[in-house]
Design a protein around this ligand. Structure first.
Ligand code: UD1
Length: 366
């Protein structure tokens, strides 16, 4: 039986690792998998509530790396992964996404000769200014098995010289979680907590360092919040980084007084999915949200100049507006007039991705 260590550490990892753990537990080829939580995110609202909402078990190993510089955070994950691999005989390390925990765990496993499977391999924004882009490229190049959420990701890997034989198109594992939780999320009727009507409000999230760590861009973000809320009420759960930056720039108080703007704490998975599903549209710089809105058929305005998930714009409901208020206004107008594109769902975003991941792990272990 195969022993797999599944690594997660930051908020966007938990919805990807939960279905994989479940699929491995249900498959006779595998010993009970190890759930490794690096502790990159540690607040209740950034971690524990997700474990609860996704039905994740308590971690078998918790590294507690916390918030540090990229170098220190990655180094702590590496050292702790080494200790884990000293303790357990592991056949595979499965990493997901593009956060520092992904890179740290994968790099250590690869150097120890433990095969790495990277879920969500091959995504590229083309922007090396994003720490996630560096994490993606490095992780892909020393992974043994590259698990793709869409076919374009495979083309990126081939261009970088990564053999197609190591790739499997399995679909989007995040949609497995979305489908499982959606009925509960719908029943949560999150919008009612803000006195709003279903489909009568927008949702916004922003946390990328390139958007919130730069004062000028932070101001543009606030401008976009103002122009959006002038058209429809807006709910914005604040990432800790964004709250700190808005406070530091003395901008939080002004925003708190804007009529129709609901600034809230970060939400758990069920509440947020409920909020998103009930919304008329989303404005975001998140990667995951671009995919969730595509699946749900909800218009998404991405406040970035590039995306590593182009399929959400070509097939799905996503449009890149950057931090350009005119572009945002133009798209928003079309959304409000019911003239925005409909969008479709990419192949294999069907809720069975984790089973295909388990099958690929068995195939590549033979
Ligand atoms: C990380 C990921 C990013 C992902 C994001 C989702 C990397 C390089 N970045 O960015 O890809 O989209 O998570 O949230 O791995 N903080 C808390 N509580 C927490 C965690 C963080 O208050 O539980 C605070 C920290 O003190 C810090 C800030 O949030 O000030 C940023 O956290 P950090 O983990 O450095 O990066 P993220 O911006 O969360």
């Amino acid at each position: 039986m195969l022993q797999v260590a599944c690594v997660a550490g930051a908020r966007p990892n938990f919805m990807k690792i939960a279905p994989i753990l479940r699929a491995l537990r249900a498959d006779r080829h595998f010993a009970p998998p190890l759930f490794v939580h690096t502790g990159q995110h540690y607040d209740y609202s950034m971690s524990e509530v997700f474990l609860r909402d996704l039905g994740l078990p308590p971690p078998d190993a918790l590294f507690e790396v916390g918030s540090e510089s990229h170098a220190v955070q990655t180094a702590k994950v590496m050292a702790a992964t080494e200790q884990l691999l000293n303790r357990y005989p592991v056949d595979w390390v499965v990493v997901v996404g593009d956060v520092n925990s992904t890179l740290g765990a994968a790099l250590t496993a690869a150097k120890r000769g433990v095969p790495v499977a990277h879920v969500e391999a091959g995504l590229r924004s083309g922007d090396l200014g994003m720490p996630e882009e560096i994490n993606r490229i490095a992780t892909d190049h020393f992974s043994h098995l590259l698990l793709l959420s869409s076919a374009d990701a495979g083309e990126n890997l081939v261009q970088e010289g990564i053999d197609q034989g190591r790739q499997r198109l399995v679909g989007n594992v995040m949609i497995d979680s979305l489908l499982r939780v959606l009925p509960t999320a719908r029943a949560a009727r999150t919008w009612e907590r803000f006195g709003l009507e279903r489909k009568g409000y927008l949702v916004m999230t922003a946390h990328r360092p390139e958007n919130v760590d730069n004062r000028l861009r932070l101001r543009r973000l606030a401008e976009i919040m103002e122009l959006a809320v002038a058209r429809l009420p807006l709910v914005m759960p604040l990432h800790p980084r964004t709250r700190t930056r808005l406070e530091g720039a003395g901008m939080l108080e002004n925003l708190q007084h804007l009529a129709g703007l609901h600034l809230t704490e970060p939400m758990g998975y069920v509440d947020f999915l409920g909020l998103l599903e009930g919304s008329a549209g989303a404005l975001t710089d998140s990667g995951g949200l671009q995919e969730e809105t595509t699946y749900l058929g909800i218009p998404c305005l991405t406040l970035r100049d590039n995306t590593e998930r182009p399929i959400t714009a070509t097939i799905g409901t996503n449009t890149l507006t950057g931090l350009d208020p005119d572009a945002v206004l133009d798209v928003l107008q079309r959304v409000l007039e019911g003239k925005y594109k409909q969008g479709g769902i990419p192949p294999l975003w069907d809720g069975d991705t984790a089973k295909r991941i388990a099958a690929a792990l068995v195939e590549f272990s033979a």
